[in-house]
Design a binder for this molecule. Structure first.
Ligand code: CAA
Length: 339
């Protein structure tokens, strides 16, 4: 649960590429477990590691990295998903701390988390529409909120299509008082910090998609060897062979894009472009791999006796979570045009 964090903070001190391999291997068997590990490591714990001070790292990161506490990260709200800066949750200074009000949605570990990183608006939004866009992103701050803090509660637990072993819930903040020393990073700087957390987090989701695609592909290969039709294993028919060949090729390409982004991260380079490319491509080809896996299984792909049906349901999250495919394309295009 602390794969990439230094040992001094309770982590395993492994590289970004090691991290990808861990997430891949989990996703190959159960994508929902991989998702929980990725959200814990790549969002909540990473935000504290990247932008917390030493005291915050010791107090909050160490138990997360040791797996003693489960982390959650609250950015998305009911009316702000892709347009993350349009959040409405507020934090107002009061005495020796801040008072948070609002709600977060689609939060991984929202009902089971021990530690929450919550993004909230801490400054008035500019009235003029022309300065509104710039002002929005400079008015967001992040806070560490511990389970049990009065005013913090879990809302509805989502009844999801897939990834059902990983908790996704609303988080409600009702006059939730947080001490000053739980402000994470600089006041008004959390939007940019969040974008950097997501740059790294998206490599983890790319790895998850690669692992899921690999699991679906291997399931399809096993079935193609064993299932017979017209007197021979279906793997001997070109219709099946081409599906397997295309998937194996696409998975390898997605893996290399993902490792490239991880390699650049290990060199402390900015990976906005490479992370978005890896996440976009890996998630889109994973959807195809899971679809082909069901198709190769025929009727058995449509029932719960084989893992094909579960891969098919789980995979859709990868083109949505930590930024939709549409947002990845937007990020990629902005990076290309800014050159
Ligand atoms: N690194 C550093 N700074 C960055 C950055 C990055 N990757 N991306 C943007 N910024 C900076 C910009 O340079 C800009 O700074 P200045 O104001 O100083 O110029 C500022 O941040 C604002 O950037 P934009 O103008 O690009 O902001 P925008 O409002 O147009 O939004 C966006 C950009 C890419 C669309 C962003 O909102 C986004 O990524 N949206 C998707 C959010 C997302 O992935 N949500 C899923 C979260 S997962 C979750 O919540 C559930 C869970 O538990 C898993």
């Amino acid at each position: 649960m602390g794969i990439q964090f230094p040992e001094q903070y309770g982590g395993a001190g492994m590289s970004a590429i090691d991290y990808c391999i861990c997430i891949e291997e989990l996703a190959r068997v159960d994508p929902a477990v991989a998702l929980s590990v990725a959200a814990h490591n790549g969002l909540c714990a990473a935000h504290i590691y990247l932008f917390g001070n030493d005291e915050q790292r010791r107090q909050y990161l160490v138990p997360l990295a040791r797996g003693e506490k489960i982390g959650a990260w609250g950015l998305t709200e009911p009316t702000s998903g892709s347009d993350a800066a349009a959040m409405r949750t507020t934090a107002v200074k009061s005495g020796d701390g801040w008072v948070l009000n609002g709600s977060k949605t689609f939060t991984t570990h929202g009902s089971v988390g021990d530690l929450f990183v919550i993004m909230a608006v801490t400054a008035g939004r500019p009235a003029s529409p022309s300065s509104a866009r710039a002002g929005r992103s400079k008015s967001v701050s992040a806070f560490i909120v511990e389970k049990g803090t009065p005013g913090l509660s879990a809302g509805r637990k989502e009844d999801k299509l897939g990834m059902r072993a990983s908790d996704t819930s609303e988080v409600l903040l009702d006059n939730c008082h947080v001490p000053c020393d739980q402000l994470l990073g600089k006041e008004g700087h959390a939007f940019k910090d969040t974008m950097q957390v997501l740059d790294a987090g998206r490599i983890g989701i790319a790895a998850l998609a690669v692992g899921l695609a690999q699991g679906a592909y291997e399931t399809a290969v096993r079935y193609a060897r064993q299932r017979e039709a017209f007197g021979r294993p279906i793997g001997q028919f070109q219709a099946i062979q081409w599906k397997l060949a295309d998937n194996a090729t696409r998975i390898e390409a997605a893996r290399l894009l993902t490792y490239r982004a991880a390699y650049l991260k290990d060199r402390s380079e900015r990976t906005t472009l490479e992370s978005a490319m890896a996440k976009l491509y890996a998630s889109e080809i994973a959807v195809k791999a899971a679809d082909d896996c069901v198709q190769i299984h025929g009727g058995y792909g449509f029932v719960k006796d084989y893992p094909a049906e579960k891969f098919f349901r789980d995979v859709k999250l990868t083109t949505i979570g930590e930024g939709t495919s549409e947002i990845q394309r937007l990020v990629i295009a902005r990076q290309l045009l800014a050159r």
